[in-house]
Design a protein around this ligand. Structure first.
Ligand code: AHM
Ligand code: MG
Length: 336
């Protein structure tokens, strides 16, 4: 396989497929349909400042958050362009309360897809980077009800990744064989390989967290963040970087190392919870992060080991370089 910078994504996927004897081309077909969706979303995101597309639709999504028009557009683009492909048996989107069934007139395929169609959408009006996150699992044998197939632990993912609509549009993904990064060249309309086998640094100098929640964190998390920003162990204090767009905050963490965290908070003292969703956000990014040599944990449990019990389950998340995620676990366990 050529890993030369500039290789087209379609060739890269075809070469990857050749490495799996018995591959039917279904996953390659699904990825290629996803890539087409991302190109359409990218085009609209780039146009957003030019046309009257910004603003609230006036309805709220099932998480109770304001839904921007581009969220709806991205969600509909994915559903419309993936339902008929014959590669999927079911889908779930962060924007839909219920699973998305494949209409009866189309063939059912062997994969399950979960996605966050436009992560970070509260940043659209400020022109900050936003993205699409996806996770692919196999529909297990003997599961008659495809809804059950959605609730699988993240370690069973066969592919996960994201598209980042920033100063350029990127795709970063893994099928369990390294993490690879592609950049959309708008002049040819193709994603070109920008970096094969991306590795996250063993440690970094940035921490990325919404520190406005400090007073609602458990003491172990407070002590962890205090530790990062103090000049402990003969090192400089960590610097903070926080966009508020998970996919962009994670991408920076992947490139430079350090940690992204969205810990559980006690805003509702009876029900401490994280904010980010297991199936659409934490699990796919954990898959990418681990395959790049990093770690992903709730602070107590490996993200990829969590058996989901509901579609829109939220989890605490510590994601990034091994050293900083290990420290988080130790502070939470009271060992540091
Ligand atoms: P969403 O845009 O899909 O609702 O995602 C939630 C976003 C994440 O992108 C980001 O990490 C987080 O919410 C930021 O939350 P907060 O504003 O509480 O810091
Ligand atoms: Mg999101």
């Amino acid at each position: 396989m050529s890993e030369a910078v500039g290789t087209t994504l379609s060739k890269f996927i075809a070469d990857e497929q050749k490495k799996s004897p018995g591959a039917t081309g279904d996953l390659s077909g699904l990825l290629s349909a996803l890539i087409t969706c991302a190109k359409i979303i990218s085009r609209e995101v780039n146009k957003a400042g030019l046309v009257e597309i910004l603003g609230l639709t006036g309805r709220r999504n099932i998480q109770g958050e304001a839904v921007m028009k581009l969220d709806t557009f991205s969600n509909e683009t994915l559903i419309k362009n993936l339902s008929h492909t014959g590669h999927l048996c079911i889908m779930a989107s962060e924007e839909n309360a219920d699973p998305i069934l494949i209409p009866g007139e189309y063939p059912r395929g062997k994969y399950v897809l979960c996605f966050d169609p436009l992560d970070g959408s509260s940043n659209i009006d400020a022109n900050a980077p936003i993205g699409t996150i996806f996770s692919v699992q196999r529909c297990p044998e003997g599961v008659d009800n495809p809804v059950e197939a959605l609730l699988q632990a993240g370690k069973h993912q066969v592919c996960a990744g994201y598209f980042l609509y920033g100063s350029s549009t990127l795709m970063v993904y893994s099928t369990g064989n390294g993490v690879h990064m592609f950049t959309l060249d708008p002049s040819v309309g193709e994603f070109l390989l920008s970096k094969a086998n991306v590795r996250i640094p063993e440690s970094g100098k940035y921490y990325s967290v919404n520190e406005g929640n400090y007073n609602y964190w458990e003491p172990g998390v407070q002590r962890y963040v205090d530790f990062l920003k103090s000049p402990a162990e003969n090192r400089k204090p960590y610097s903070t970087r926080y966009i508020g767009s998970l996919v962009a905050d994670f991408h920076r963490t992947l490139c430079y190392g350090g940690v992204f965290a969205y810990p559980a908070d006690f805003k509702d003292p009876a029900k401490p919870t994280g904010k980010l969703r297991l199936l659409y956000e934490a699990s796919p990014l954990a898959f990418v992060c681990e395959h790049a040599g990093g770690s992903a944990s709730t602070g107590r449990e490996r993200i990829l080991d969590i058996q989901p019990h509901e579609l829109h389950q939220r989890v605490p998340l510590f994601l990034g370089s091994k050293r900083e995620v290990e420290w988080a676990k130790k502070f939470i366990a009271g060992q540091m």
